[in-house]
Design a protein around this ligand. Sequence first.
Ligand code: SF4
Length: 258
Amino acid sequence: MAMRFQSSPPSPVAGKGAVKFTPEEIKNLAEQFEGQPPRDILQWAADNFSPRLAISSAFGPEGLVIIDIALRKVTPRIPVFTIDTGFMFQETNDLIAKVEAEYGLIVERLHPELTPAQQAERHGPELFRRHPDQCCYYRKVLPLQNKLVELDGMVTGLRRSQGESRKGAKILQMQETPAGYRYVKINPLAAWSKEEVWWYLVSRQLPYNALHDQGYASIGCTPDCCTRPTQNGEDERAGRWAGTDKKECGLHTFAANI
Ligand code: SF4
């Protein structure tokens, strides 16, 4: 269900976006793309949505695979953005700098309306600890929602095997924001396993976040209530908002599948 909190929401034009395809056509194409190489899916996206297409990445292993395939094998180049919550690990910033140098890329950073200090002043200290859904909405969902009005297609590294909340992910999915803006989410790695992703990264000696070697399976924001290392046998997202029912920041759930 879409989350709603009081803050400056974007005002996109209702019903605009991804007008080239109907939801039914996207469903059919998603079925046809099952089993196809990510490169072909990304090329289809570039052919149909560029320049209103971008890769959304938090620079986890999946995003790095997508960036490598897209920037080496797909034309035209697909731009990359990340959501800079103001709570990024230094290791994540270091990785972004490496990727920018490696691919000759400038990663666009989307920022929340308020800095962490301003948020603490307006909403009280450590909102991430008291109301993490609200914090994620201000710092992640709203910046993405603002960005989406520029796009007809958004590529993500979502995988079905990342957990219960992601097991229904399709390779293509028409989505609609709470403000009525439609776009196509493209998940070229939906069917990949964690092992396939790491095999791709390691066999090509691609850079990855140094925190993975310190036991962090999934890396988000710096507060210890939002990201902690995982133990052997734990679910790969068990270190995110550990000890709470929260499993998703909202980026993959705020828009409705249509
Ligand atoms: S992951 Fe934590 S710090 Fe980051 S936006 Fe969500 S609640 Fe806030």
